[in-house]
Design a binder for this molecule. Sequence first.
Ligand code: G3I
Ligand code: 9MR
Length: 563
Amino acid sequence: MRLILFLSSLLFVISIHAAPAVFNQVGFHPKSTKQIVVRTESVDTVHIINIVQGKTVMQLVPPFSKKWDYSEESVQLIDISSIKTPGTYLAIQNGVAISNNIVIDKDVYVDLGKSLLKWFYYQRSSTALEAKYAGKWARLAGHPDTSVLIYGTDKKISSPKGWYDAGDYGKYIVNSGITVFTLLNLYEHFPKLCDTLQLHIPESKRGKSDLLSEVRWNLDWMLSMQDADGGVYHKLTTKKFSGSVMPHQDKAERVVLPKSTAASLNFSGVMAQASRVYKKTDPSFSKKTLVAAEKAYLWAKEHPNVVYEQPQDVNTGTYTPKGENNLDEFRFAAAELYESTKKTIYLKDLNENLFNANGPWWGDLNFLSVYRVASSKAFKELQKTAQDTLLTVANRILEVAKNSAYGLPIEEWNWVWGSNSAVANNGIILLYAYYITQNKDFLGAAQSALDYVLGRNPLNFSYVSGFGYKSPKNPHHRPSEADEIDDPVPGMVVGGAHSGKQDVGEEPWQCKDYTAEKIHALNYTDDRCSYATNEVAINWNSPVAYLTIALQAIYNGYVYKFK
Ligand code: G3I
Ligand code: 9MR
């Protein structure tokens, strides 16, 4: 009876209280760090209660407030990591609930991780999505892409399959680069856990990893974009972005746009990596990808500065990297090719074009070569150099998290279009530092990166559709807009807050100004007009999927050791 009274009184106080504490809305693994931002500025004791037992399991006095420049708030960061008993908890201050439910459970990230990976199935082009795999988001096939004109020629190629890049229906080689690398890197690090992840896709239950089957859908498309001379076409899209229609309703002509050095090197690195990952389960595919990787690299060496130039009558995404004139893409491809072949030419090229501390993002793949060299003894003394470079960046990011009022590893340069992926990629850098040092501070800061995406932010918002108590309802994602189903496709990471305002304007499809000047962390709007903050993209899902599943693996005792 006492418990019922206690709970009913709490429910009353929760319902009247608007400003909750902010934290990971999906929850925490028992072994993880568990940080919560309190926004009451009171120094009165905070009680953490187990809501089933109805008893206080922890009480603490919040520290003095600290200002977070990215939201211009003064907040208090409390740490409840010592609570390890699975359950549902609440934070109470002066008899008032200041949080929503705080969930602690060892399987808390299982559904999220699978949904983040399953989303790639929802992005498949050239196929219908059947209800038994796609549920209520089943849809007709669109974009067969079996006879596509090479722009500026009378030649056609068959280039089916592949993932739609984002909220649009384009297929882009450059953005496939970091996306596929990150997903295959997850498999390289935790194959045993990944093999248990049932995604309920058409290839399931055939004794192969669903994750590898899903990535294969895009690899097959990428292979079809390589010309006989080894060069790789930049992208396959309609000339203009379509309206808000379903795939089967988008009937405009699609074209393949000219080859580029960046596309060829993104392709080369990913195919070299795939040749290792698929070697055991599909030796012939492994051979095919390695041959393709070496041919693309040769083409790039013969054509080192072919930059994609967007034709006047094309307005789809460009993905023209502003990095170091493709030196970063050369680094990425050479590192993967050396790892796969041990041919000295690739190591020679890498030594003559050594990595720095830039990236990682679709436009700068430098850091992907740092990851590869740092994690492989094959690079001998270069491995230590790469590890030092990685740790220098990781320690800088860790210091930012330790000094941040929100406890977050977010730097000024991360507030860009796709900021959630920048934060998640910081989380991956921190995990690599944990792999090298086993220093749990890096693990905790990586958890904070995930916590930000899932709710420890000033908007009290979980940036993944279908997960958390406040999540995107109107993403810039054509299938979710046109399918007449209220709920957006689940497991999609939206771009997130930043002050670019590229989608603000007077055009009918543009947004009214939703930004609060340069208060970066507030500048997000859950509106389909906002392709700059509320679109979805394959290179945004991949790092959040890596972070979610790698953390789940580590907390559940899976160990990744460099080879
Ligand atoms: O790198 C600079 C940085 O130095 C500078 O400080 C910062 C702030 O000005 O800008 C950074 O460049 C930004 C770049 O993204 C990298 O973050 C550009 O301003 C910004 O315009 C660019 O936005 C890209 C956007 O396309 C427009 O080109 C996004 O990264 C990219 O994710 C997005 O990709 C689109 C595809 O083209 C089409 N499909 C949808 C997809 C997602 O919206
Ligand atoms: O849907 C497009 C999105 O994928 C791109 O990121 C964005 C910026 O290039 O453009 C979106 O398409 C818009 C187009 O640029 C102008 N007409 C309205 C389209 C939908 O907002």
